[in-house]
Ligand binder design. Structure first.
Ligand SMILES: *Cc1c(COP(=O)(O)O)cnc(C)c1O
Length: 371
């Protein structure tokens, strides 16, 4: 079965084998050396002043960022499940919440951000997704973060980059907390969350808050290449292997350009099959198609072509399907996915199979990826 959901993504064989080695103890020089490389690798990827690993799913890093960096009132962009989740976390800590809500296909509007900042002078954190995975939507985070900093440079910008880190080069100039998780573009099993921090964020953490997610105590330990509590050792070992695999591929720059070229080719191929792309600003992490036959298409893909793609949630359940574009994807895998979608449309009596999808995909991918 080809796992083509926008998280979890497949774990490469080399990485699985590395993680199959006997467990080592975390309070040892051996693991400290592994942890040190993981920290260096992550710093290089995120380009942030500091990085922290947490043994949790991505949501743990969202919670830790709000808990340690917002002390009064948060402005949150909600254009899907994950934006909504930031709001729920803010409320869970009894912090004040200003929420900007959008339909799941619509990116946040800069004027709305400016207005909210003017109306609420006590906002001390702004939290949003770079890519809102619910609809495959890309928010204009660069512009938003800039506007926030122009308004007040002490407001922290918390960016959920769980489906953006490792997908594209992120402009971190105005970002204070950059969040990611293991099971998306980093192609690992779930369970490892990561946060990149700016020097302002490190300062704002102060004594830290909470216990397990206290970033002060965690950072202090991690700067000495250890952790406050038992780390996700196996996943950290796997992460170093993932970095090696990406290096073998040609490094992150090559991964970013390939991801971008493949995304363009996917969208063109899907459009050539008369399918409609859902978000007004599509993120590179996936292709999201709005179609009343979404569930039928997914079912055929899975049962007849061994391709597993994701559906929609809540009001988009049954109305969209989402195809992954994160990580090291073999060309032949994506070709098979596109071809299977065309065959599924044929089976549904909506088109006669002509191999148009793979033809368009190949043309666009080859010319944009200069193979
Ligand atoms: C997957 C994802 C998360 C985190 O989900 P977990 O299930 O907690 O790992 C958060 N934000 C975005 C944008 C995601 O895609």
């Amino acid at each position: 079965m080809l796992l083509f959901t926008p998280g979890p993504t497949p774990v490469k064989e080399e990485v699985r084998l590395e993680m199959a080695k006997p467990t080592i103890h975390h309070r040892t020089p051996e693991f400290e050396a592994i942890f040190k490389s993981a920290r260096e690798n992550l710093k290089e990827l995120m380009k942030m002043d500091e990085v922290i690993f947490l043994a949790s799913s991505g949501t743990g890093a969202m919670e830790a960022s709000i808990l340690n960096l917002c002390h009064k009132k948060a402005l949150v962009v909600n254009a899907g499940k994950f934006g909504e989740r930031f709001g729920k976390i803010v409320k869970a800590f009894n912090l004040e919440l200003v929420e900007l809500k959008y339909e799941w296909d619509s990116p946040a509007n800069i004027e709305d951000i400016k207005r909210a900042l003017r109306e609420h002078s006590d906002i001390d954190a702004v939290a949003l997704q770079i890519c809102e995975s619910s609809g495959g939507l890309r928010h204009p985070i660069e512009e938003i973060a800039k506007v926030v900093k122009e308004h007040n440079k002490n407001i922290v910008v918390i960016a959920d980059g769980i489906t953006a880190v490792g997908v594209e080069e992120i402009d971190i100039e105005n970002i204070d907390a950059l969040i990611t998780g293991s099971q998306k573009a980093l192609m690992l099993p779930p369970g490892l969350a990561m946060i990149g921090l700016s020097s302002l964020a490190v300062e704002k953490i102060g004594e830290g808050r909470g216990f397990y997610f206290n970033l002060k105590s965690e950072l202090k330990k991690q700067q000495q290449n250890t952790t406050a509590y038992t780390p996700a050792t196996t996943l950290i070992i796997g992460l170093n292997k993932v970095f090696e695999e990406i290096e073998k591929f040609g490094g992150f720059e090559r991964l970013y350009s390939t991801t971008k070229a493949r995304h363009k080719a996917m969208l063109k191929a899907l459009e050539a099959l008369h399918l409609k792309i859902y978000p007004k600003a599509p993120a590179l992490a996936m292709a999201t198609i709005i179609d009343s036959d979404s569930e039928k298409i997914r079912k055929i893909l899975k049962s007849e072509f061994s391709v597993n793609v994701a559906g929609g949630q809540e009001h988009l359940k049954g109305k969209i399907f989402r195809v992954n574009n994160m990580g090291l994807i073999e060309d032949y895998e994506m070709l098979w996915v596109i071809d299977s979608i065309e065959k599924a449309l044929d089976k549904l009596g909506r088109a006669n199979y002509k191999g148009v999808g793979v033809k368009v995909f190949n043309e666009v991918f080859r010319e944009s990826n200069d193979i």
